[in-house]
Design a protein around this ligand. Structure first.
Ligand code: HEM
Ligand code: HEM
Length: 272
């Protein structure tokens, strides 16, 4: 999937327009629109409908085997747009009072939006086709295999001294541990690896050094690809963990929102 922030910009523009309307209504009536008044109510209802669309449409499209309409990337864009604009409208609906259950629903809404932003960051760390299919890991492993073959070939044609160096420096990047540590540790490992090559090459004669230069390039490329493959695996694990947190928050949010809506309509609208 191509990385683009179009949906974020569109959401920002929509939120700006809604803010202008909100400020206009506020200044026209010289008071903050109440949650049960016409404008406040409308904000709550439209915002909530957008949130409902956020919760349902993307999941339906993702799980539907028959549906082919629209690319997954576009559906996720729509999910993010409505997932930002809907909660923002609902926030303006609250009239900045957060008592009781309604306050808890607002808190859940805030948490799910923040969680969504984190999820988007992890999701985009996994390269995909526009249909959301993860492709890169397989492609990477094919490229890694090709480089391994190339390494074997160059090593076989090299001098004994170069072969020895290749054997000593055929180290793989770290593939276990906390994702963040792997990420931070990489810069240090790369620097140390370069130093090791420099030291080893100093001991070689000119012809062997040229072969070693060639080998170093291929080793570097292979290690980079291996690291990329490792990042994808980590990102995938993090995404699975994130799903396990994000989805229950959504369920809790909508369960409490329906109670709030029922109670608010009954007490503040129907009994008035
Ligand atoms: C997730 C969506 C929603 C959230 C987070 C939310 C949040 C809130 C909050 C914080 C308040 C103010 C409570 C207070 O006075 O302390 C409120 C009031 C109210 N909400 Fe919502 N709301 C949502 C959706 C809706 C919807 C869809 C409706 C209508 C269908 C609605 C109807 C009302 C009404 C009528 C009040 C005024 C209650 C009163 O004056 O006592 N809300 N809401
Ligand atoms: C009202 C707010 C939101 C709700 C209720 C919501 C709900 C959900 C749900 C239920 C899923 C799971 C989809 C599935 O696998 O079936 C999901 C996934 C996701 N959401 Fe949200 N979301 C909201 C806001 C956001 C926001 C604001 C963003 C980004 C800025 C976002 C980004 C994502 C991403 C990246 C995924 C993962 C897609 C995947 O793994 O296929 N969400 N959301």
């Amino acid at each position: 999937m191509q990385r683009s922030n179009r949906e974020l910009w569109l959401a920002l523009i929509a939120m700006l327009l809604i803010t202008l309307l909100y400020l206009f209504v506020t200044s026209y009536y010289s008071t903050i629109p109440s949650a049960s008044g016409f404008f406040g109510h409308a904000l709550g209802i439209v915002g909530f409908i957008l949130m409902l669309l956020t919760e349902t449409l993307y999941s339906w499209r993702k799980r539907s085997r028959s549906a082919r309409w629209g690319r997954m990337a576009s559906w996720l864009r729509f999910h993010i747009f409505t997932g930002l604009v809907g909660p923002y409208m609902v926030l303006l609906h609250t009239s900045w009072k957060f008592n009781g259950l309604a306050g808890i629903v607002t808190l859940f809404t805030l948490i799910i939006v923040l969680s969504g932003i984190i999820g988007r960051y992890i999701y985009t760390a996994i390269p995909r086709t526009p249909d959301g299919i993860e492709i890169e890991a397989q492609q990477l492993s094919q490229q890694i295999q090709a480089l391994e073959k190339q390494l074997q070939q160059i090593t076989a044609e090299s001098d004994q001294s170069t072969r020895e160096v290749a054997r000593r420096l055929d180290v793989l990047p770290r593939t276990s541990g906390a994702p963040l540590l792997i990420l931070l540790g990489n810069t240090f490992y790369e620097w140390r690896y370069r130093q090791q090559w420099r030291t080893e090459k100093r001991r070689l004669n000119a012809a062997a050094r040229a072969q070693a230069d060639q080998l170093q390039k291929v080793f570097n490329r292979r290690n980079t690809l291996r690291r990329q493959a490792q990042t994808i695996a980590n990102a995938r694990r993090l995404l699975a963990l994130w799903h396990a947190v994000h989805i229950p928050i959504g369920v809790a949010l909508f369960a409490s929102a329906f109670v709030h809506i029922g109670a608010a309509l009954y007490y503040a609208t129907l009994l008035r």
